[in-house]
Design a protein around this ligand. Structure first.
Ligand SMILES: *[C@@H]1O[C@H](CO)[C@@H](O)[C@H](O)[C@H]1NC(C)=O
Ligand SMILES: *[C@@H]1O[C@H](CO)[C@@H](O)[C@H](O)[C@H]1NC(C)=O
Ligand SMILES: *[C@@H]1O[C@H](CO)[C@@H](O)[C@H](O)[C@H]1NC(C)=O
Ligand SMILES: *[C@@H]1O[C@H](CO)[C@@H](O)[C@H](O)[C@H]1NC(C)=O
Ligand SMILES: *[C@@H]1O[C@H](CO)[C@@H](O)[C@H](O)[C@H]1NC(C)=O
Ligand SMILES: *[C@@H]1O[C@H](CO)[C@@H](O)[C@H](O)[C@H]1NC(C)=O
Ligand SMILES: *[C@@H]1O[C@H](CO)[C@@H](O)[C@H](O)[C@H]1NC(C)=O
Length: 511
């Protein structure tokens, strides 16, 4: 029987030996964050794209087609709104006191204490960040931005404000969105602040929420939050000052709510949605154009890895991968993201390598997940996973259930027994199979992007719309339970560590 992972001070510590790479010093988390907040590639230009956006009507329709094709009758449908097209999809958007969201942006320089760069430029353009002006012909001319990977809560809120099925009448609403910038709020206090400071906004928010009339209908079970950090950051399990993060998600009110974030936790009311990448298309045509480019691109490398070789990773999966990459000569490209080398926050640098590679290796890092796997999908580079927690156990609303249809899985239960010869394993995969996998990856592109808020329609759903769809379905299940006279709490916030173990996921067999 596999033992579950337990979380200690915000890092991942295992009860057995299969997950030793999660034991990282606080220092490396700091490095990770510093790295993510490395803005050195930014020119400082602040192009306002608010009015350059594609002018699709916001009206969301039932679409007859689920395929994302250029010649769909998509725009034609928009002229012909169906009467109750919002039925079952109405959202009530809570107008929170500004200290829970807008004030944080206004005082954005407080969000990254201890880093010399500030997060302010990343707030522009709906949270997409500054538009990339010089893309060296690697990217499309527009729709690419320097997006910070922690901006999901800002992006989500901005998209929600343009959502076509908002209602002021909360009794019509299928769900209640609470636009608290939980990750940005906590980023101010992650280092050097005591737990009462770290938890203060969480307490204030919950006190405010339960007083609103929307709360009582389902005791909060139709409410949801969105956070731009991993869910573990909000799951501090003790009040030991040395423990990591806040206990937002363990407050009794919060336990009745759902939260989406870039990586979920072991609790069933946490849901994972894609990291924001740097591509935010503003039309169906742009997506098709990008897909066609990636489909046609010649790929010189069998595989690639983007990440920083760091001494503390020597005996981790990451360390082994770097070793094998270096040993594979021209078959592997190592994109070294260390300081002073290549800036991996700049999508030009990442896309140059990924679009040139057949496979992209996605080992767990400081946590299970990485934004890089979504970069790999954008580039039509088939992701290679080593742990089920990196994707299969996470993005269930966005990725196909059959992980073999779009990825390669080389499970590493114990890095001490590492015997994968990556190059050999990947070379075994037939060209025909590679083409099929790549096509599935390319088909995922529209589902993992956060499109320009003025664009979007059911049937051509982006990451935001798929997330809402998942949320509506989940809340409807609870509502159904309540109709049957139960209180809706059954299984709602249960803990399930099993989903992050190796057992539920079938290993890959190629022959
Ligand atoms: C955007 O707005 C500015 C000022 O309102 C205007 O000068 C510019 O032409 C607009 N751009 C587009 C593409 O509409
Ligand atoms: C659009 O719809 C019309 C009929 O509603 C159909 O005749 C036509 O072939 C469709 N066009 C495309 C590109 O699907
Ligand atoms: C910004 O921070 C300063 C100093 O902490 C505070 O006085 C001010 O009220 C804050 N502004 C907003 C809009 O929160
Ligand atoms: C809100 O919706 C409910 C249910 O449809 C309806 O009975 C009520 O009159 C609406 N309230 C307002 C203020 O429109
Ligand atoms: C936590 O820190 C705040 C401000 O730094 C301080 O006012 C408060 O007394 C501290 N609380 C505890 C319990 O130490
Ligand atoms: C708090 O955590 C530290 C480090 O893990 C440990 O040494 C200490 O004993 C803990 N304190 C309490 C009160 O549990
Ligand atoms: C959470 O839900 C349970 C029942 O499902 C309810 O008893 C409890 O009061 C709710 N908590 C809050 C803070 O509303």
């Amino acid at each position: 029987m596999e033992k579950p992972i337990s979380i200690v001070t915000g890092k991942f510590r295992s009860n057995n030996h299969s997950n030793v790479w999660f034991v990282v010093p606080l220092f490396s988390i700091l490095c990770f964050v510093l790295l993510c907040f490395d803005y050195s590639a930014l020119s400082g230009t602040n192009t306002d794209t608010d009015n350059t956006s594609f002018s699709f009507s916001d009206t969301t329709q039932k679409s007859i087609s689920n395929e994302f094709t250029k010649d769909s009758n998509f725009s034609k449908l928009l002229d012909d709104p169906l009467p109750d097209s919002c039925s079952g999809r109405y959202i009530y958007l809570h107008d929170l006191p500004s200290r829970f969201n807008r004030d944080l942006l206004e005082n954005c320089s407080l969000i990254t204490p201890g880093t010399e760069k500030n997060i302010c430029p990343y707030i522009d353009n709906f949270g997409f960040g500054p538009e990339i002006v010089n893309s060296e012909n690697v990217l499309l001319k527009q729709s690419w931005f320097n997006t910070n990977q922690f901006m999901l809560e800002v992006i989500f809120h901005n998209k929600m404000m343009k959502y076509s099925c908002l209602t002021h009448n909360s009794s019509l609403a299928s769900a209640v969105f609470v636009p608290f910038y939980a990750g940005l709020d906590m980023s101010r206090y992650l280092w050097g602040f005591n737990i009462s400071v770290r938890d203060s906004s969480s307490h204030e928010l919950m006190n405010w929420l339960v007083k609103q009339k929307e709360w009582s209908r389902m005791s909060g079970r139709d409410h949801f939050l969105v956070a731009g950090r991993i869910a573990w950051d909000f799951r501090r399990q003790t009040d030991n000052e040395s423990d990591w993060g806040s206990k937002l998600r363990f407050l009794p009110e919060s336990q009745n709510m759902s939260m989406m974030s870039i990586e979920s936790s072991s609790w069933n009311n946490d849901y994972a949605v894609p990291y924001p990448t740097c591509f935010h298309p503003s039309s169906a045509d742009e997506i098709v154009e990008w897909q066609e480019r990636m489909r046609a691109h010649k790929r010189a490398y069998l595989f690639a890895f983007a990440g920083a070789p760091r001494p503390e990773y020597k005996d981790s999966v990451r360390g082994k991968i770097i070793d094998e990459c270096l040993e594979s000569g021209n078959d592997c490209y190592l994109l070294d993201c260390n300081y002073g080398k290549v800036n991996c926050d700049n999508p030009v640098n990442v896309m140059k390598v990924f679009r040139n590679s057949v496979f992209c290796l996605q080992p767990p890092g400081d946590s299970y997940t990485r934004r890089s796997m979504f970069d790999s999908i954008l580039a039509g580079c088939i992701p290679v996973f080593f742990h089920p927690g990196t994707a299969f156990a996470q993005y269930k609303w966005h990725l196909p259930k059959n992980h073999k249809s779009y990825s390669v899985y080389l499970p590493v239960k114990d890095v001490k027994e590492w015997d994968i010869k990556i190059k050999e394993r990947l070379s075994e995969i037939s060209e025909e199979k590679v083409v099929r996998l790549r096509e599935e990856v390319i088909k995922l592109i529209p589902k993992v992007v956060y499109a320009d808020p003025s664009y979007g329609s059911e049937g051509n759903e982006d990451a935001f719309e798929l997330a809402l769809k998942g949320m509506f379905e989940r809340i409807e299940e609870v509502r159904e339970m309540m109709r049957q006279g139960k209180d809706g709490s059954e299984g709602f916030d249960d803990r399930d560590d099993y989903k992050y173990t190796f057992s539920p996921y079938e290993a890959q067999i190629w022959t």
